[in-house]
Design a protein around this ligand. Structure first.
Ligand code: C2E
Ligand code: CA
Ligand code: CA
Ligand code: CA
Length: 279
């Protein structure tokens, strides 16, 4: 047992050091990725169940690392979120998203709202609203084509500050969605305090919504809640016709997921927007 204990200690220490070094290395690499164009954006349509129209897009970041290949945002965003690096990454996304939207507009594409994921740390910072406002002016983008997706987690940290920032975003006509709704630990009372527009049902509930699990009931409850509070509702991670049918029967009208479209690169997205009916 004693030997085992020593083994454990030996295991533990190098691992911890390694992790810290790895994380530091990762942060450095994220900085390098920003300056040497290793990030790019993909776009996933949100679809109306009625005519199959594209009602909006969500923009998602991708990292094409020179030696490691594609790295998922699920892997590097949480590391960036531990420091103000996330603000630099989010700003890169905002700038490139607006530049792309301007290009699509100029090419005559149908204009639809585009949603960006903003980290909680960034939302409560002093810099988000001035940065977005400056970029909207620079690219001449109207606020009604801009949406912000945030997760519930941020509301735990500083509700008063969230209310303040959200009011400033509303003043710019920007819409606000709660992402991964139902997975956070915050109280529901924030829903009436905050100027929210949309709830996105987390894909973990959508996955099994058509089976006999509790998830269908959870989806039903979330949809009812949204309707009672006069909020829009989007189901994300929709992969099957059965899920669409079930959620539509519960009153959900806007869908996002592989069943309709996978996230796509700018050229394919532009083509799709160009082919759609204009406003
Ligand atoms: P999220 O905001 O909840 O985004 C939805 C994720 O589900 C995306 O993964 C998307 O590609 C994936 N997805 C869409 N439809 C389906 C489906 O039908 N089935 C399944 N299994 N998955 C589907 P992705 O792109 O890997 O992003 C992961 C997370 O990373 C995002 O979750 C978001 O929290 C974060 N993220 C992505 N891009 C950005 C960004 O530009 N800024 C920030 N701050 N976070 C980002
Ligand atoms: Ca999202
Ligand atoms: Ca989500
Ligand atoms: Ca998520």
């Amino acid at each position: 047992a004693k030997e085992k204990g020593r083994d454990n200690a030996q295991f533990f220490r190098p691992d911890m050091t390694n992790l810290a070094t790895q994380k530091f290395g990762f942060e450095k690499e994220i900085n390098e990725a920003l300056v040497s164009d290793q990030f790019y954006l993909v776009y996933q349509p949100k679809v109306s169940v009625h005519q199959g129209h594209i009602m909006g897009l969500e923009v998602l970041i991708r990292w094409n690392h020179p030696t490691k290949g594609l790295i998922s945002p699920a892997e590097f965003i949480p590391i960036a979120e531990e420091s103000n690096l996330i603000i630099i990454v989010d700003e890169w996304v905002i700038d490139h998203t607006f530049a792309q939207c301007r290009m699509w507009h100029d090419q005559g594409a149908k204009c639809v709202p585009i949603a960006m994921n903003i980290s909680g740390r960034h939302l409560v910072s002093e810099t988000l609203v001035p940065y977005i406002a400056a970029k909207m002016a620079e690219y001449d983008i109207d606020g009604r084509f801009v949406e912000i997706e945030i997760t519930e987690g941020v509301l735990l940290s500083d509700v008063e500050r969230c209310i303040e920032v959200m009011a400033e975003l509303k003043a710019l006509n920007i819409k606000i969605s709660i992402d991964d709704f139902g997975t956070g630990y915050s109280s529901l009372s924030y829903l009436k305090k905050l100027p929210l527009d949309i709830l996105k049902i987390d894909q973990s509930f959508v996955n099994e919504c058509d089976s006999h699990s509790e998830d269908g009931k959870i989806c039903e409850t979330i949809i009812q809640l949204a309707k009672n509070l006069d909020l829009g509702i989007v189901a994300e991670g929709v992969e099957t016709a059965e899920q669409v049918e079930k959620l539509a029967s519960l009153g959900c009208e806007i869908f996002q997921g592989y069943y309709f479209y996978k996230p796509m690169e700018n050229l394919d997205m532009g083509e799709l927007l160009m082919s759609g009916p204009s406003e």
